[in-house]
Write a protein of this length. Structure first.
Length: 232
């Protein structure tokens, strides 16, 4: 079984540390990855469960959508990296956090307290950025090239949202919100570039997070859209 970004490294990691002066499996790197991944899981579970609650699903349905929203992206990433079984199934932490996020969303929907849509959009943007950087970081940890780092970072970020939208019977927002997957790809690319510049994993993830979150929030604020085909 290959090691995950939240598990101690082996000889390859030792060799990398000797070359660069830092290790992707140092305590600081592992903590940064774990915190980012847990926060992303919480935010995406909350958003998925909130939308499920507003769509009229029962409590079980809300929990299913919340968990799917927050776990599917990471599961797909791990399967493609050959890190099996996926980490979400090896530790209870991700499922527990997903359930907590879903319960928080149930409480918010049940309270019927009005909240601005922009607030939820920003929370979604933060979750997107966190998943993009953890997906990219884990791909780097497995020795992936730049293309794979960007693809897996993007997939980790949007996989749960696509699943959520399909479960709720809608068109995936990644196909209608132009600067969404592209923002995730930019964040993952920033992580890769920072790693090539020999920055530490926490620094690389911070840069990638800022790039992705900033792009997505600006796109929300100014309604940025990629070009659409116009059919006469």
């Amino acid at each position: 079984m290959t090691s995950s970004a939240s598990e101690p490294g082996g000889t390859a990691d030792t060799a990398r540390a000797a070359r660069t002066g830092w290790s992707r499996h140092s305590a600081r790197s592992v903590t940064a990855f774990t915190v980012a991944d847990l926060l992303a899981t919480l935010l995406f579970a909350f958003e998925g469960a909130r939308l499920a609650g507003e769509a009229g699903l029962d409590l079980f349905g809300i929990a299913v959508v919340g968990c799917a929203s927050s776990l599917v992206g990471g599961i797909l990433r791990d399967l493609l990296l050959g890190d099996t079984p996926p980490f979400a199934f090896r530790s209870p932490s991700r499922i527990l956090v997903a359930l907590i996020g879903s319960l928080a969303a149930i409480a918010v929907v049940a309270s019927d307290v009005p909240a601005p849509d922009d607030l939820f959009a920003v929370l979604d943007a933060l979750g997107l950025a966190l998943f993009a950087i953890t997906g990219a970081e884990k791909a780097l940890d497995h020795g992936s090239n730049g293309w794979v780092v960007v693809i897996l970072g993007t997939l980790t970020a949007v996989g749960g949202g696509v699943t959520r939208d399909l479960l709720l019977g809608g068109i995936p927002s990644v196909l209608t919100s132009s600067v969404y997957a592209s923002a995730a790809a930019a964040g993952a690319l920033a992580v890769f570039v920072a790693a090539r510049l020999r920055l530490s994993p926490p620094a690389a993830m911070t840069i990638g997070f800022v790039v992705c979150a900033t792009l997505r929030i600006l796109a929300i604020a100014f309604d940025w859209q990629l070009p659409h085909l116009t059919v006469a």
